[in-house]
Design a protein around this ligand. Structure first.
Ligand SMILES: Nc1nc2c(ncn2[C@@H]2O[C@H](COP(=O)(O)OP(=O)(O)OP(=O)(O)O)[C@@H](O)[C@H]2O)c(=O)[nH]1
Length: 337
């Protein structure tokens, strides 16, 4: 059996950071393949994780739970046939629905060789309420289907905020382990111990348990179908619900432009201005700065990180949000109208 670990979580929650920790501290001894799915067309996370030396399959420019579902199933099959790994780790895009990804794993050929032994959702404790209110359709699904909820940014949260978040999460998922300890205090081994489930169950029976029980609790399901065949969501989710690309958009560019770090700070700082740019949820990229140096940047609302990086083939920027004003973004970063 090949172990499957799905690490989901909303945009910028900390999925890549967590996977890096697992790969660096613990999984380097195993034969692991990572399937990376980014909503943006410019893959950034793959570049960050390539340094770990493991096999990475990138699926970009869409979501493996909706637009790229066929590609995803094919990739799983190729990975099984081509690499015969001990473990596959899947990082869905931040706007993927966890239930749909589980379903797609089952739909892959040779799925009888797979068992999902980790269903993790990384939740940014500071943005939980905001994202549930504004993007609940995607985010709730990730929380409900998780077996382990890994809180990020707990260092920055007050005890009250943390307690409030746990009670909100418990309301949505009564069973999952909720990990509240800051990650730097936990070894990857410990985190795996917490997250890994017994592998004796087949994927099919795992799915039955997960999907069947939850299905009719989800509001808005009036399809009247018998869901015992495990094919509930394809009939209902797309009837009443949205695909990610109906709600979220990406603006991305490749650019040789040389930025100054101060200028970039100012540009990223201005992304909070929703009236001008739309609701910006995530920004990332690699850019050349003065003196031949390169930086990598990470933007999540309220947090800008600019770090030194190694030179790349060209500069890349990726911005994800809702109701994006792409011409304003182009003007901001490239000085064009
Ligand atoms: N302070 C703090 N920062 C964190 C934590 N987790 C993640 N970050 C930062 O949040 C930013 C986004 O982290 P990623 O790991 O790239 O998030 P992701 O979930 O992979 O994001 P997407 O690629 O948008 O899906 C990075 O700058 C991280 O350093 C945390 O627990 N504490």
């Amino acid at each position: 059996m090949i172990k499957i670990g799905i690490v989901s979580g909303f945009l910028g929650a900390g999925k890549t950071t967590f996977i890096k920790k697992l790969l660096e501290e613990k999984l380097s001894e195993e034969k692991v393949v990572l399937i990376e799915n980014e909503f943006g067309q410019i893959g950034i996370d793959g570049t960050l994780l390539k340094k770990s030396g493991i096999e990475i399959k990138e699926l970009n420019s869409g979501c493996i739970c909706c637009t790229l579902v066929g590609d995803f199933e094919k990739t799983i099959q190729e990975v099984i046939e081509g690499f015969d790994p001990e473990r596959i780790i899947i990082e869905p895009s931040g706007v993927g629905k966890l239930s749909e990804i589980i379903r797609a794993c089952q739909a892959a050929k040779q799925s009888e060789k797979l068992h999902i032994n980790m269903l993790i959702t990384v939740v940014d404790v500071l943005k939980l309420d905001n994202y549930l209110t504004n993007f609940g359709e995607f985010f709730e699904n990730q929380i409900k289907y998780a077996k382990t909820i890994l809180l990020s940014r707990t260092q920055k949260a007050s005890p009250q905020k943390l307690e409030q978040a746990i009670s909100t999460l418990r309301g949505l998922n009564g069973k999952a382990n909720i990990v509240t300890t800051p990650w730097e205090d936990l070894s990857a081994e410990k985190m795996l111990d917490i997250a890994q489930q017994d592998g004796s169950e087949s994927l099919e029976s795992q799915l039955k348990e997960l999907l069947q029980q939850e299905i009719h609790r989800e509001e808005g399901c009036h399809c009247g179908h018998n869901h015992e065949d495990g094919h509930h969501h394809n009939c209902c989710a797309h009837e009443h619900h949205h695909d990610a690309d109906e709600v979220f958009a990406v603006w991305g560019t490749e650019t040789p432009r040389i930025f100054s770090v101060e200028e970039l700070q100012r540009m990223l700082g201005s992304l909070e201005n929703g009236d001008t740019y739309g609701v910006i949820l995530r920004g990332k990229g690699f850019l050349q700065v003065e003196n031949g140096a390169w930086i990598q940047f990470d933007y999540v609302p309220g947090e800008i990180k600019i770090m030194e990086a190694s030179p790349d083939y060209t500069g890349r920027i990726c911005i994800i949000g809702s109701q994006l004003n792409t011409s304003a973004l182009e003007k901001l970063f490239l000085g064009r109208n």
